[in-house]
Design a binder for this molecule. Structure first.
Ligand code: ARG
Ligand code: GLU
Length: 720
């Protein structure tokens, strides 16, 4: 069947064939693979307008924002827009009970009022280059995988060194198509990024975790920052003397809105997808890992939310943590149910059957690819075990688990340094690092909440992880209290250094190596150290070995799939590099008899309004504007548009990405995907996979009418 299809396509298409709307494409290759389809769909510009090294283009207006989001420039004076949830950490860092910018919003009414954010950066792509030949130089078929990888790594280091020599850029080489192709990325990072504006959470996070990953949506998910540069427009550390960055490109903003069927394009940094994995990978996730992780996070969220609801200070401290715990938790649930509904595993198995038949057709194929699926099977049996141990340990008593245990693990290097009798200088560096870590940690720490988490996480760890994977120190603690952690939690938490800001700070500032023995008898320290040793000795090497073997199979399987696809061009899985997704605006059928239209309005916010529920408490000012229908030039037919959906293929990391219309103008800011289609990381479903964007007109309306910061619009280019 597949072969017949390919044969037919060969006859009808002279150019390579690309599946419509699916995929996250490489900017450098848009010209070659995508621009024709994009133009057929209505795009009026050229591939060079998107990506070029010879002249200013859209790529010069798009950035990585912080660690994992996208942002875009909207003025010639360095003003950028991203999501509220991407700026959240920065907004929170300036917030206290007195200045609660999370609750009240923040608007700089002049440049002087813009707030610096130490550590926050934005990164521009200067250029990218296919370096596959250089990376593979010296590799041959007779080598073992390890030998190959060694040469590849050495080649990559040389390429990176050359690209960054004599300039202030940074560079990396990243594998595409599971290591069948390699691209060099050369970047420029700006380090002085100031907060300009953010709506109150009641707008920027409207609907909260309840509406997260769902359509219909009404979240005003945006915030504004400004990039500052040195006098020469180059990256510089924060200084009062810095001046607003003058970009090569910024996006004009359209007030024309969207209609069903309109062309849209999303240009940003999708973090990761797994489209080409075998069915075993998907069953590992949905049948083995997700159910346990979902249960675990549910418990965490119950505990944290209860305390947040009871105390506004805890709400400020834990809102960001809760949002991130909840975010993947909810996505896993959506992914799992989408995969079941779409029959993804069966579809994969069907594909694997066709693939196997194709492999069997030729002796050479059989020799190269014949072992793939059987090898995968046995490796995934091991992989699921190690993955679960890793994730489950980490989420309970490891790095992302009980916070005090994590704090305790930060002291391990100190203890080791003392035991190894390192010099005073080295010790001093460790102590300074610890001291800043302590102040950051306790800034957002609430001991009673963590104590509850301690009890719950230790219980779940014992219940859900096979005994042979349990850390010995855990088992001892379990024995000492008969598994009744609630009984010992009080003592442990009142006596420990790691649960008390003052004690921890004093311990470090008055440090004396004799104090080490105090740490070594602290149950939290004993546990933290036990986890470290256990993972190092019992899990890590095996995990690396198995995942390395899988990665080697992946490289081969991807190569085979590309051959099998014939003339169809496959898009490479996302890997947090700049990508283009395109598609069209449109609603979808959610379930039997339920069709969702492609946009939402302020009417929907008013429908959800409920002062009793934190997530749906509409600010009075917004209600006034609604009753007065005071929408200015931002409204349409007497309504205020809020969000819209389209079938651009996006994923985590695309948050904050510019959503662009046929003319290349900014019409929205991407921030989410709709529930029914979130399994698009594993398999795209054109019927239901939708990205959710903030309508840019709602953002402008809020800046202008709601916040009274309309002066910011003066520096933008607005197309009516
Ligand atoms: N689901 C979106 C993303 O993956 C938004 C997350 C932030 N919002 C929230 N309510 N937790 O990042
Ligand atoms: N909210 C996501 C982010 O932070 C984008 C939604 C998605 O996963 O598509 O990147």
């Amino acid at each position: 069947m597949k072969k017949l299809l390919i044969a037919l396509l060969l006859v009808t298409f002279t150019t390579p064939f690309v599946r419509s709307d699916e995929g996250m494409w490489i900017p450098l290759l848009i010209e070659k693979f995508n621009i024709e389809i994009m133009q057929e769909k209505g795009f009026k510009l050229t591939a060079e307008d998107i990506y070029s090294v010879n002249r200013a283009c859209m790529k010069d207006g798009v950035m990585i924002f912080g660690g994992g989001c996208t942002a875009e420039l909207i003025s010639p004076e360095g003003l950028l827009i991203t999501n509220h949830h991407c700026g959240y950490g920065s907004i929170q860092s300036h917030s206290s009970l007195e200045h609660d910018y999370l609750t009240d919003g923040f608007w700089a009414m002049s440049r002087e009022e813009e707030l610096p954010n130490p550590g926050l950066t934005v990164t521009f792509l200067k250029y990218m280059e296919d370096v596959t030949d250089r990376v593979m130089n010296g590799v041959n078929k007779r080598m073992s995988e390890d030998e190959k990888n060694e040469i590849i790594e050495a080649n990559i280091s040389a390429i990176v060194a050359e690209a960054t020599e004599g300039n202030h850029f940074s560079a990396f080489v990243r594998p595409f198509y599971m290591g069948n192709q390699f691209f060099l990325f050369v970047n420029e990072t700006y380090r002085d990024v100031r907060l300009v504006g953010a709506p109150p959470s009641a707008i920027g996070k409207f609907g909260g975790d309840t509406d997260n990953w769902m359509w219909p949506r009404h979240t005003g998910d945006f915030s504004l920052f400004r990039i500052y540069a040195g006098k020469d427009n180059m990256p510089a550390d924060y200084s009062e003397d810095n001046i607003p960055y003058e970009p090569a490109y910024y996006f004009p903003i359209s007030l024309n809105g969207v209609d069903e069927g309109d062309f849209t394009m999303v240009f940003g940094y999708p973090g990761g997808t797994s489209q080409y994995v075998p069915s075993y990978h998907i069953s590992m996730l949905t049948d083995y890992i997700y159910p346990k992780m979902i249960e675990l996070r549910e418990k965490k969220l119950d505990i944290i939310k209860e305390d947040m609801d009871a105390d506004p200070e805890v709400r400020i401290k834990y809102s960001s943590k809760a949002a991130s715990i909840s975010n993947s938790w909810k996505r896993w649930i959506g992914e799992k149910s989408g995969i079941e509904k779409l029959g993804t595993i069966d579809k994969k198995k069907e594909f694997e059957k066709e693939f196997t038949a194709w492999v069997k057709e030729k002796r050479k194929r059989e020799k190269n690819y014949g072992h793939l699926l059987t090898s995968y099977k046995s490796l995934y049996e091991q992989m699921q075990e190690y993955s679960l141990v890793n994730s489950y340990t980490s989420e309970t008593i490891g790095r992302s688990g009980v916070e005090a245990i994590n704090m305790a693990s930060a002291f391990i290097p100190l203890v080791e340094a003392v035991n190894n009798e390192v010099g005073d200088d080295e010790l001093q560096i460790i102590l300074e690092g610890l001291s800043s870590r302590i102040s950051r940690f306790f800034h957002n720490y609430n001991m009673p909440t963590d104590r509850k988490l301690f009890v719950a996480m230790l219980e779940l760890y014992g219940k859900n992880l096979d005994e042979k994977w349990q850390v010995p120190e855990y088992k001892e603690l379990y024995k000492s209290c008969n598994g009744n952690f609630a009984v010992i939690a009080d003592d442990i938490y009142t006596q420990s250094v790691f649960t008390n800001h003052e004690k921890a700070a004093q311990f470090v500032s008055n440090f004396d190596s004799r104090l080490i023995s105090e740490l070594e008898i602290d149950p939290l320290y004993i546990l933290a150290r036990g986890v470290r040793v256990f993972l190092d000795e019992r899990v890590r090497d095996k995990y690396i070995e198995v995942s390395g073997k899988i990665a080697n199979l992946d490289r081969l399987y991807m190569k085979a799939q590309m051959e099998f696809a014939g003339d169809e061009v496959l898009w490479p899985d996302a890997n947090f590099t700049l990508r283009v997704a395109y598609g069209e605006v449109g609603g979808y059928e959610s379930r039997d008899a339920v069709y969702y239209t492609h946009y939402t309005t302020l009417e929907g916010i008013m429908e959800k309004d409920n002062p009793e529920i934190y997530d749906y408490d509409v600010p009075d000012k917004l209600k006034e504007l609604y009753y007065a229908k005071d929408y200015g030039r931002y409204g349409q037919n007497g309504k205020m548009p809020v969000c819209f959906i389209a079938d651009n293929h996006t994923t985590g990391g695309n948050s904050g990405s510019p959503v662009i219309n046929a003319e290349g103008h900014l019409i929205g800011v991407n921030f989410d995907r709709a529930w029914e289609g979130v399994m698009s990381d594993l398999m795209f479903n054109p019927e239901q996979s939708r990205n959710i964007s903030l309508d840019i007109r709602y953002a402008l309306f809020l800046i202008d009418k709601f916040a009274g910061a309309g002066y910011l619009l003066d520096e933008m280019t607005i197309v009516e």
